[in-house]
Design a protein around this ligand. Structure first.
Ligand code: GUN
Length: 284
């Protein structure tokens, strides 16, 4: 029976540390970390994410600004808002919640955010830094997973880590962070042949597929560490990419959904905003 990785607990202890560091920064320099979150349109899931980000900011003592723009907002208007936030010394992190409506080019939007304030780490500059290992901003979801592994003394060095999913937000940066920690990494995706056999070789299996209960018990090696990035809805409600009830019996560690990876993503966003504010205040 697997040990459950408690993302809520780890997240709370990291957020406590961030709150203390925020107070310290304000006390020393008068500078309060500030995050601006922009939401364009009325996507219900995005509205929940944005609300949670704002709440988390306030809990650790950050300045939080929320911009809710109508679905008809033009690309130019959004770019102008980003320009004004780039120039605002009270704002250290700018996040445009994705997806944006179809008439807006998300690549253009990401490229417009000052890389020093790109707390999602989505810009070419920050992605490049993640490749080389010289990064200040961590990619939030993958970095949250690395924190979870560390909290449970799971060292990826020398292990075979298999990542299912090759998105720019999760799969690719996840593979890089595991590689930086000396894992042997395989990235699987929709065109992978022999997916089951490859997954069965994994010491650490990360599922970022976006399909409910995609990872079944027969895809998991006895004693593997199983990390579930999925956030799906089915007839039973919220569920991950892993068939939790069956896989739990085989894995050594497993993250639940909810309460596993999810809470860590926002925590690492706070971490990046703090890092940015400390840099702005010339504190290492
Ligand atoms: N939409 C889903 N995940 C994310 C994320 O990590 N950052 C942003 N900006 N939008 C998202």
């Amino acid at each position: 029976m697997a040990q459950i990785i408690n993302g809520k607990e780890v997240s709370q202890s990291v957020r406590d540390k961030i709150r203390r560091k925020c107070e310290e920064l304000v006390g020393k320099t008068g500078l309060r970390p500030g995050l601006a979150v922009i939401l364009v349109g009325e996507d219900p899931a995005s509205q929940i994410y944005v609300r949670n980000k704002k709440k988390a900011c306030e809990e650790v003592g950050f300045l939080s600004r929320e911009y809710r723009l109508g679905g008809e907002t033009s690309e130019e208007e959004l770019l102008e808002l980003i320009d004004s936030l780039n120039a605002d010394p009270r704002i250290h992190g700018i996040l445009v919640q994705l997806p944006v409506p179809k008439h807006i080019d998300d690549k253009k939007v990401i490229a417009r955010i000052d890389p020093k304030k790109d707390v999602d780490a989505f810009s070419f500059e920050n992605v490049g830094r993640i490749m080389t290992g010289e990064f200040d901003f961590v990619p939030c979801t993958p970095a949250g997973i690395m924190e979870l592994l560390a909290a449970y003394d799971i060292d990826p060095a020398g292990k075979h880590a298999v990542v299912i999913g090759r998105s720019n937000i999760v799969g690719k940066p996840m593979a890089m962070l595991l590689l930086h920690k000396n894992a042997t990494v395989t990235i699987c995706h929709s065109r992978t042949q022999n997916l089951k056999e490859i997954c069965r070789q994994a010491d650490i299996l990360v599922a970022a597929v976006g399909k409910a209960r995609f990872v079944t018990e027969d895809m998991v090696k006895e004693g593997a560490v199983v990390i579930d990035v999925g956030m799906n809805r089915d007839e039973k409600g919220l569920c991950g990419d892993v068939d939790f009830d069956a896989v739990e019996k085989k894995a050594s560690f497993i993250t639940p959904v909810p309460g596993g990876v999810g809470p860590m993503t926002i925590t690492l966003l706070l971490q990046n905003t703090l890092t940015s504010a400390r840099k702005a205040a010339n504190i290492k």
